[in-house]
Design a protein around this ligand. Structure first.
Ligand SMILES: [Zn+2]
Length: 110
């Protein structure tokens, strides 16, 4: 749990530096999500909260974090009032860019 937290914390640090979000984002590892839910991105006031289900292994949570971060990047002002974000093309493009950024870079390190 500690090393998972550390690895994800470092990943969040890199995301914050390289992938700005229009709204502040807080990320937390939690045991409080339903067992089948890997992660969520929800709004509380002007802040977006990404929750990651700590039951899942790190490699799964890294991909979930990219998925949720893509929501944070593309979360439009109009949708701040919605509870459930959707997956429009805009989200898919942001996710694709994040996915390449994260996994292509890992490839290069091998
Ligand atoms: Zn989603």
């Amino acid at each position: 749990m500690r090393s998972k937290e550390k690895a994800l914390g470092e990943m969040v640090g890199r995301l914050r530096k390289e992938w700005r979000t229009p709204h502040p984002v807080r990320v937390a590892l939690t045991t409080g999500l339903p067992p089948q839910v890997k992660g969520t991105c929800t709004r509380n006031g002007r802040t977006l909260h990404i929750h990651l289900n700590s039951r899942f292994p790190l490699y799964v949570l890294q991909e979930v974090l990219l998925h949720e971060w893509a929501h944070a990047i593309t979360w439009p002002h109009a949708r701040l009032e919605r509870h459930q974000p959707m997956h429009p093309d805009e989200w898919a493009l942001a996710y694709g860019r994040l996915y390449r950024w994260w996994y292509d870079e890992e490839e290069e390190e091998k």
